[in-house]
Ligand binder design. Sequence first.
Ligand code: ASP
Length: 292
Amino acid sequence: MSAAEERAYRAALEEALTAGHRMLAQGASSLDAVVAAVTMLEDSPLFNAGRGSVFTADGTNELDAAVMEGATLKAGAVTLVTTVKNPVKLARVVMEKTGHVMLGAEGAERLARVHGLEIVEPGYFHTERRWEALQRMKRAAQARADASFTEAEKHGTVGAVALDARGNLAAAASTGGRNNKMGGRIGDSPVIGAGVYASNATAAVSCTGEGETFMRSLAAYSVSALMELKTWSLARAAKHVIHARLKSLGGTGGLVALDRAGNVAMPFSTPGMYRGSIRADGVPEIAIYGDD
Ligand code: ASP
């Protein structure tokens, strides 16, 4: 990554963190904050979510997102969305307005229209960089070579976790999924317990990585379960899920997690993970590579 690209990623993360912080400082809920932060990342072409989503093998964009509230264990998720600018907002609508947890395809698109969410032409999600990455991956697949793809070219998810002044946790995630995925493929991000989980009893968790292994290991819920049933710390549980449980299935990725005491864990098994945190003092801390 060039220095200019790195600066752009850092700036986008800082903007999302400070927006969430500002809201929390003004008394907003953790759910408001995670939806606002993820919305900003969806609007950036840099990340594989919303505007910058990767393409399916058919050359389309199919977006997934989810939210979960730690106080109530209420959750909402959407999958296979193609015209909704901010799938994370739609996930919140599913949670708050429908009595369901997960909605997909046309039913989800209809709900977005009914609730006045911003609708875009599918071309809105077409970025040259992702299109090029699709062509390269197709060429590599044809040549049966998995050569030289960065993690960011293959996949990626944006996520946020937050703790508000009332002590409530929330988590959100949004993604374009995996580059060159089959049309109709659904990843872990909208599957509650796999890509996202939040409980005030334990932690808020949002994952990124090979969705298939996150689903098979119920990664996000596993962090919570290890804390609840084994009384492990957040750090130990999160590390175990990424470096042992996921690894045993051959999966790589990372997660961001937060408990009610304000402890943060961001383990990852990829070379890097764009990540950041911000505390009550409002000073953002951002990292890309390095230790988890
Ligand atoms: N978890 C996402 C998916 O499999 C992609 C990623 O986060 O890398 O859809």
